[in-house]
Design a protein around this ligand. Structure first.
Ligand code: 15L
Length: 279
């Protein structure tokens, strides 16, 4: 009997990674050589310790010309750039409102490369953890940051309906090396599963503009991704492997602590930040 040769995984030629100096991007960068021959790493600052498959391209998201230059020639985009926590409205507006518009206009000018849009679970952050929801659930943003992500999701949808621009909207849960709290046993997304999601999104025969919750194959979860089954994404990590570790670190979780009440954990109780540090 002869072995059937395995088809080599498909690769992009040139992939743009925005937000490349952020913690999540820094963690996944080494894995992206599986996805593309060249990865253009883009952030406001230059990436240090460039890997062999990487090229630097500095771009502040609110600068259209810089974003346009970063997008030129790319056949896929992973958008992790922008303001990624709650904060004052000004910088959120620059990066997550103006910046995402700039990204989509640049993609429109350069042949509509598929985009993985890093949205956030905080767009549904006010739902109680006792309730399981799917992508159809009415958004319940828990912060200005989350409101800006809903704008990004809406923009992605508009560019799909108007121009056919395909985007995978990934409402990222908690993408860390391991789950750090009881809540994260439900929301955890491993780096490997994030990268396999991107691989699926870039090569699915039909992508469209689905909303997917960015979680691993966790036994505990309060999100239902069945509407995106057609993509064929099969996350492999399971937070159950870390239950003992989480229990040891947090032996008596308080059921009334917001962290254990809301999908968005502590975010629903954060104040609105009205001042920037420069004020
Ligand atoms: C996010 O959107 C944040 O960017 C990240 O820092 C975590 O807070 C994550 O959500 C989470 O909800 O765990």
């Amino acid at each position: 009997m002869t072995d059937t040769p395995q088809a080599a995984p498909k690769k992009l030629r040139r992939l743009l990674l925005t937000g490349a100096t952020g913690a999540m991007a820094t963690a996944i960068r080494p894995l992206l050589s599986e996805l593309a021959d060249t990865v253009v790493v883009s952030g406001r600052r230059e990436v240090q310790n460039l890997l062999p498959h990487e090229e630097n391209c500095c771009a502040s998201l609110d600068d259209f010309d810089a974003v346009n230059a970063a997008v030129a020639g790319c056949d896929g985009i992973i958008h992790l750039g922008g303001y990624s926590v709650e904060g004052p409205f000004g910088p959120i507006q620059d990066a997550n409102i103006q910046g995402v518009y700039n990204l989509y206009e640049a993609a429109r000018a350069h042949g509509h490369p598929r985009i993985v849009f890093g949205s956030s679970n905080h767009v549904v952050g006010f739902y109680p953890q006792s309730e399981t929801i799917d992508a159809q659930a009415v958004p319940r943003p828990d912060s200005l940051y989350a409101v800006s992500k809903i704008y990004g999701e809406a923009l992605a949808r508009m560019y799909f309906d108007k121009f056919g621009q395909e985007t995978a909207i990934l409402r990222i849960g908690s993408c860390f090396d391991y789950p750090k709290s009881h809540r994260m046993l439900a929301t955890w997304l491993s780096y490997e599963d994030f990268v396999s999601f991107c691989q699926t999104a870039f090569h699915a025969p039909k992508l469209g503009c689905p909303i997917v919750y960015g979680m691993s194959n966790n036994t505990r979860s309060f999100w239902d991704n069945s509407a995106a089954d057609y993509l064929g994404w099969t996350p492999k990590s399971n937070s159950e492997d870390f239950v003992a570790q989480v229990q040891e670190a947090h032996p008596n979780p308080n059921p009334n602590d917001p962290l254990n009440v809301y999908h968005g954990g502590t975010f629903p109780e954060l104040p609105i930040v009205t001042e920037t540090k420069d004020d």
